[in-house]
Every structure is written in C-alpha cells, then in structure tokens.
Ligand binder design. Sequence first.
Ligand code: HEC
Length: 164
Amino acid sequence: MATVTRTIQLALLLASGSCADEPRSFGDITTDPELPPRGEGDIDGWIDDGHYLAWRCEPQPVDVRFGSPHRPQTRTCNNAAIASATPTGELSVGAASVKEMYDEVGRIKGFGVSRKMETGGADGWYWYEKINGGVKADGMGAPAGSCSGCHMDATRDFTYVYVP
Ligand code: HEC
C-alpha cells in the first residue's frame, strides 16, 4: 500500500513538474461564453473564440481615462453579470470584463481581463493581461501585477468601465 501511495505521489510530482513550462491552467471550464477561464493556457483560446464580442461592448476604442496605464486606446466589454447588475453595490460572483488594448495605429496589441471569483474584495478577483505576447498578469488578488492595487480605486467594485 505504501508503495502504491509513493508511486502515486511520484506520478503527481512528475505531472506537476512537466507542467511547469506550459502555459498556466486553473482547470476552469473553457467553453462558458460568460466566464473567461483563468490561466494563459486556457484564456487565450477563449479570447480567440470571441465570446466576449457578444457582451455589452463600447462601440469603438476610446482614449484611456486619466491615470490609466492601458495606453493609448482601449475598448471594454462587460458580461451579463455586470450589464444586468443593479446600479449600485457589490457585483455578483461571475462579473467579468474584457478590455481590448490598441496600439498607436489602431491594431489590437493585447487583452486585459478581470473576473470576480468570490465576494469580499481584492482577493476575490482574477486578473489577466497579455500585451504583444508578453503576460503581465495571470493570477488572483493583490499580487497580480498590481492590477487590483489600482482597480481598488474604481468607484465601484474594482471595475472602472460600466458600458452604458
Ligand atoms: C494605475 C491604474 C491601473 C492599473 C495598474 C491597471 N489598471 Fe486596468 N484600468 C484602469 C482604468 C483607469 C481603466 C478604465 C479604462 C481605461 O481608461 O483604460 C481600466 C480598465 C481595465 C479593464 C476593463 C474593465 C474595467 O475595470 O474598467 C480591465 C479588464 C483591466 N483594466 C485590467 C487590468 C489588468 C489585468 C491590470 C494589471 C496587469 C490592470 N488593469 C492594471 C486603471 C488601471
């Protein structure tokens, strides 16, 4: 029995070791059009599939707001959990936004994503950002590239843009 346990432990160790160089996955469902799956290995494909384009989106890219690092232009889409939320108070679990990021000549250079996993503040939010192929954030809560550190200043629940 002990040998079996050790074999299983070894197999798990090898499995996790072999994943270390692969893009990250949290094991989320990857086909839900309302919920971006966490982790570079899953979310890039989900973005490519274009699910968020059916969300409530700004009609075109806009110059970023004062203080925003997402330069020079972005276009934000909110999922139904945000679009149909009551006008005040904490958003529900499942709230998510995708932000297309544009370069100087109007091409998409990357994407930012926020998704609320749990109630109760910064720890409950997942952040993802990839610009020109480089991952800037892919994780939960405060250490995720300081995304939450700035987004906590949004007037409502870590989300700046509520697409009208
Ligand atoms: C210094 C402040 C600041 C930092 C740091 C920051 N953001 Fe933002 N973010 C903004 C502002 C302001 C907006 C509103 C749109 C705009 O003007 O760019 C925004 C918009 C967004 C949106 C669209 C939804 C919303 O909240 O409006 C997403 C998604 C997003 N940011 C993700 C990220 C991620 C991921 C990171 C970390 C890599 C990050 N942001 C870091 C200020 C910031």
